[in-house]
Structure formats: structure tokens, C-alpha cells
Ligand binder design. Structure first.
Ligand SMILES: Cc1ncc(COP(=O)(O)O)c(C=O)c1O
Length: 382
């Protein structure tokens, strides 16, 4: 470990996860079962929600949330373009229309002040993303949603451990989704969770992820559904991870806090500002180079010389992706009018997109390693 390249992905899996996986394998109950049920109960408690429904990844979690929502084809969903593509793809899956608005310059999250002006008679939902693990301003978003009768879907894929005034994300919206992908604060390899406090919605979600069956199972199908079930091998990993989630999140927080103090002393770079009362989940520690003469690519190359692996992430915003340039081949375009996404310009998101990169904040970092990262930032940017 002495002089490893310092990684930005390093899942905390080991003996306990291996034992749980072994138990699943030897039990031969490989489908969603005992461990997945246990994981769901622990996750619901942790996220302070009534229902946590496991599924096979964060994208299918979003797909389920969209499918269970009251949206119709052509309805608009206000969302952020500064995110992983799964956010807007999930809106497209069900024939809804992503309506991108700009982000807040300090938090890099959906700017609630820009929501009102984006609302049309077609707007039916808001999908905020808690980007990099920092919660979007859910109180402001919920106020608007209540006022304008909009459905709220939180994309909390990156936000295990994120809180506002002590309340964990996942229970602010009508429904919320998490990812358990290998990079995340809590991993299953592949996996996802949908959370809600709404009993009826929970029942629909469980049915939708299991071929539209009733909760009794069997071969009665009451709606068109999918197979988005989680394999119990993945459920077992996630279940073990739940026993250490507090420690994993704390370790990330300590690393992030250390970097914030260092970055505070370096002219020209910055980080996501954490509003008062918000607890950052610290999935990613993003460095903002908008005021620096170094580009992210230059900084990443230099940091590598110091053993630090860093990378730019969403330099290409969702609406700038090739897939959004021409949606005419997308099946719903026969029925739905999409805006010309080539015309969209959101200056703050665009500037953050091309002027940020991540540095390693993973729980496995030793104190020495995070000092190496901190010193490398000083050397590269001073
Ligand atoms: C914001 C966001 N939404 C959705 C997803 C999709 O999750 P998954 O990769 O588990 O399908 C991700 C995954 O990285 C994500 O970061």
C-alpha cells in the first residue's frame, strides 16, 4: 500500500462480504431473498423512510420511479444537466421530456430560483440530483412542487449519508433512488434502491420490479412490469455494507474536511459549498478550477506525477451528449415533441462542467495518502 497510486475508486469489501456471499451461494437461494430483505430494512432505517425497495441498479431504480409516477408521455420533468446520463435517460424511458435548468454556482445543484420560470402547463415533475453527495435544496424545491402540484423524484444515486437538518435524503421527494454501483458510498457491485414514504407507491414499485406481480408472487400479473430484482449475492454485499455505512461516510467526511482546509488556502481553486444545516455525503470531492489558469486536464496530468489519480467527470453535460443532439431515432419521438437540445445554453453548469475534477476521497485513504493529495494540490496550483 506504501506507494500505490492513490485511487478515487476503492470499494470497502472484504472478509465479511465474502462470507455473506458464500452463505448465499451455499444456500442455493440465489434470487432476491433473506439478505436483500435484511438490507432493505436496514436501508429504510438509515435513510429514515418507510419503504426501501431494492432493485438491480440505480438506473432501474430511476426507471421504476418514473414508471410509478403519474407522468404521461410528453410531460416535462425539470432537472439538472450536471449529472450522470442515467438521470435524463430515465426521464426519456417513459416518454417524458427532460427540461434542463441551470445549477447554483456554489452548490452545483439544481437552482430552485430557476424552477419557476421553467414551469409550463406541461411540467409535471422535478427531478433534482444530490450531486456528488450534496443534497439539493429540497425545502425550496418541495415548496414549489407543493405550490404547483408537481411530483418530486430525488436522484440520490450518489448521496448515501447526505442530510438536511439531520434528515437523510430519500424521504424529501415523493420517491427517491439510490445506486449501489461499485464506486458509491455503499456498494453491491451493481444494485439500486427506491425509497418512499407512500405505501401505495411502494406496493406499485415492488410489483413493477417483479413483472407486475401482486405482492403474493405467483403467476398473476396485474400490470405490465419488468424484472429489476436484485440478486441475493448483491443483496448480501449491500447488507454487510449497511453495518459499516456510518464509518464509511465518516471516513469520507474526514478526508473531505481535510481537503477543504487545504483548498481554502490555495488561490484560484474552490469546492462545492455546503449550505448551513446540510451534511455532505462526500461521494466525490470536486475541485472547481473556474478561477484557475490550469485546466482540469493539466491538473490531472500533474497530480499523477504525485501518485494522485484524479479525473474530470461531467465535462459534457447531459444535453450536450451526442444522444441528445438528435432524438429522432428515439422511439418516443414519434409521439412526443422534444425541444431542440442543441439550442440550450446553461452558463453556470457549462462552466462548472468543463472546470472541475475529482480527487480521491475514498474511505481507504490513509492519513499519509490524504496528506500526499493535499500537498500535491498545493504544489500543482501554487
Ligand atoms: C446521479 C446518478 N444517477 C443515476 C445513476 C445510475 O446508477 P447505476 O450506475 O447504479 O445504474 C448514477 C450512477 O453513477 C448516478 O451517478
Amino acid at each position: 500500500m506504501d506507494d500505490r497510486m492513490i485511487p478515487f475508486v476503492d470499494p470497502e469489501v472484504g472478509q465479511k462480504e465474502a462470507e455473506a456471499v458464500w452463505e448465499v451461494v451455499t444456500s442455493k437461494n440465489l434470487v432476491e431473498g433473506k439478505y436483500t430483505r435484511s438490507f432493505e430494512a436496514k436501508f429504510a432505517k438509515y435513510a429514515q423512510v418507510k419503504h426501501a425497495i431494492a432493485c438491480n441498479n440505480g438506473t432501474t431504480a430511476l426507471h421504476l420511479a418514473m414508471e410509478a409516477s403519474p407522468l404521461k408521455p410528453g410531460d416535462e420533468v425539470i432537472t439538472t444537466p450536471f449529472t450522470f446520463i442515467a438521470t435524463s435517460n430515465s426521464i426519456l424511458f417513459t416518454g417524458a421530456v427532460p427540461k434542463f435548468i441551470d445549477v447554483d454556482t456554489n452548490t452545483w445543484n439544481l437552482d430552485p430560483e430557476k424552477i419557476e420560470e421553467a414551469i409550463t402547463e406541461r411540467t409535471k415533475a422535478i427531478m433534482p440530483v444530490h450531486i456528488f453527495g450534496l443534497a439539493a435544496d429540497m425545502k425550496a424545491i418541495n415548496d414549489i412542487a407543493e405550490d404547483r402540484d408537481l411530483f418530486v423524484i430525488e436522484d440520490a444515486a450518489q448521496a448515501h449519508g447526505a442530510r438536511i437538518d439531520g434528515q437523510h435524503v430519500g424521504g424529501f421527494g415523493d420517491v427517491a433512488t439510490f445506486s449501489l454501483y461499485v464506486t458509491k458510498n455503499l456498494v453491491a457491485g451493481e444494485g439500486g434502491v427506491v425509497t418512499t414514504n407512500n405505501d401505495e407507491l411502494a406496493e406499485t414499485l415492488v410489483s413493477l420490479k417483479n413483472h407486475g406481480r401482486t405482492l403474493k408472487g405467483g403467476y398473476k400479473h396485474v400490470r405490465v412490469g419488468y424484472n429489476f430484482r436484485l440478486a441475493d449475492v448483491s443483496g448480501a454485499i449491500a447488507d454487510v455494507q449497511m453495518d459499516k455505512i456510518e464509518d464509511l461516510v465518516k471516513a469520507r467526511a474526514a478526508n473531505a474536511e481535510y481537503y477543504r482546509k487545504i483548498v481554502d488556502e490555495i488561490e484560484g481553486i474552490d469546492y462545492q459549498h455546503v449550505p448551513s444545516g446540510f451534511t455532505h455525503g462526500n461521494y466525490i470531492f470536486g475541485i472547481d478550477t473556474r478561477q484557475s489558469s490550469l485546466t482540469p486536464a493539466e491538473a490531472v496530468a500533474k497530480l499523477k506525477e504525485f501518485r494522485v489519480l484524479a479525473r474530470p467527470i461531467y465535462a459534457t453535460l447531459s444535453y450536450q451528449q451526442e444522444s441528445f443532439k438528435d432524438l429522432s431515432n428515439w422511439r418516443w419521438s414519434q409521439f412526443v415533441n422534444y425541444p431542440d437540445y442543441n439550442q440550450i445554453q446553461l452558463p453556470i453548469a457549462e462552466a462548472i462542467g468543463i472546470n472541475h475534477f475529482e480527487v480521491p476521497v475514498v474511505p481507504s485513504l490513509t492519513v499519509e495518502e490524504r496528506e500526499v493529495v493535499g500537498q500535491a494540490l498545493i504544489d500543482v496550483f501554487s
